[in-house]
Ligand binder design. Structure first.
Ligand code: NI
Length: 406
């Protein structure tokens, strides 16, 4: 679905490009420029807040701390009289993929729920496209992306990163990038400290991962330890376990404290023993269960038992999912021994590693309360899998990754 919608939009952009070339130029239409230069205004729907004030051309439109964009609209002002065309735009909504493009002033995205926008593409059409360049940039993962222009995508796809702000500017054709705008002062920090912490790509980083939960009594102890140490982790959850208030609250807390939600199928089924439809159903239902609690749909999955083959990866890829394995196996589920779990990590871990644990056992929480402060003291940044991947070459849907050592 995601791929299909995207192709339609790309095709639509290509068509309008052809249309512009054939009929737009050399028609002899006299262009009357309005007194005021053309510009674009825009607004974002910020989760739990509502539509932002309208931002003027090239001004930052930014969600307040703790919120993020779930919908978007934009409209042109002072369009030169007699000049054909409008602005079209499409958003990539987490869990849905690229939505169909809409035109000048229309809303796109979702104004209910907590699915964030992940990327945006915009362009001018008709004669406007020949006379103006449209630039846009999004605030993602703490920084503004480089300007994208004229139909290119701005923002990541399938990484689970949300858009926290946007700026858009329309400029005379080939006049270069818009002038940079000063960033407004940072809002009061209402988020946990680690969520605002920037990752230093030059410092070592590790992804701790927890499978088979949620299991609130243990999961919450792990979240406590993460929060107290400015750290985050990734939780590969079994869909049918995401039920009951305590477990659902744990999942919400993961997202609110910067950890990543992952998919460990709906019923912990060994995927290599299932048909394509069976694999698809286990992954899709797992995503739906987690998304219903988290407000964000997982983009990474871990096959139960680590059992994967080409068929599993192909089906996962068709759903936009990436498989994530591990390279440090603590065997915490087998030993149920705090010290052995601590040693398995602290005696072997290196920069770029993915550590496997399970948030089912009290002994694992005991170990985590030692492991997390010890790793932080050694200078490791404890990040999510998608963050680790982002600094180490990235991930592709339908592929599987076991570590991100340099
Ligand atoms: Ni498992």
């Amino acid at each position: 679905m995601r791929q299909i919608v995207k192709r339609i939009f790309t095709a639509a952009l290509a068509c309008s490009m052809i249309f512009g070339t054939n009929f737009g130029t050399g028609t002899g239409i006299h262009i009357v420029h309005a007194e005021e230069p053309m510009k674009i205004n825009y607004s974002g729907f910020m989760a739990d807040v509502g539509w932002s004030a309208v931002s003027d051309d090239n001004r930052l439109c930014q969600a307040p701390a703790g919120s993020f964009m779930t919908a978007f609209k934009a409209n042109l002002l002072n369009q030169p009289e007699g000049m054909t065309g409008t602005v079209t735009y499409s958003v990539n909504l987490s869990g849905s993929g690229w939505l169909s493009g809409v035109e000048n002033g229309a809303e796109t995205g979702a104004t209910e729920g907590h699915m964030p926008l992940e990327s945006v593409a915009m362009k001018l059409t008709g004669q406007l496209e020949e006379h103006y360049d449209l630039y846009y940039s999004v605030l993602q993962n703490g920084s503004w992306t480089a300007w994208a222009m004229n139909g290119a995508s701005s923002g990541t796809e399938g990484m689970g990163y949300r858009i926290d702000g946007i700026k858009v500017s329309v400029n005379e054709k080939n006049s270069g990038e818009p002038a940079p705008q000063p960033e407004p002062p940072k809002a009061d920090p209402v988020l946990p400290a680690q969520k605002q912490g920037k990752i230093d790509p030059n410092k070592p980083m590790i992804a701790l991962t927890f499978d088979d939960g949620p299991n609130a009594p243990v999961t919450n102890r792990i979240l406590d330890a993460l929060e107290q140490n400015g750290a985050r982790a990734t939780f590969f959850m079994v869909g049918n376990r995401v039920s009951g208030k305590a477990n659902v609250d744990s999942v919400k807390r993961m997202v609110n404290t910067g950890s990543q939600v992952g998919n460990h199928t709906y019923e912990h089924k060994i995927l290599t023993k299932l048909s394509d439809d069976g694999i698809k159903s286990q992954i899709s239902q797992g995503n739906s269960s987690v998304a219903a609690a988290a407000g964000v749909s997982p983009v990474i999955m871990r096959p139960p038992g680590g059992a994967k083959n080409d068929q599993v990866l192909k089906v996962a890829g068709s759903l936009g999912m990436t498989s994530v394995m591990w390279n440090i196996d603590t065997l915490d589920w087998k030993t149920k021994d705090k010290q052995k779990t601590v040693d398995a990590v602290l005696n072997h871990v290196k920069d770029g590693d993915i550590v496997l644990m399970h948030d089912l056992y009290g002994t694992t929480a005991d170990a985590v309360e030692v492991i997390i402060p010890a790793l932080v003291a050694r200078g490791y940044q404890l990040v999510t899998v998608s963050e680790l991947a982002a600094y180490r070459g990235g991930m592709k849907a339908g592929h599987s990754y076991g570590s991100f050592r340099k």
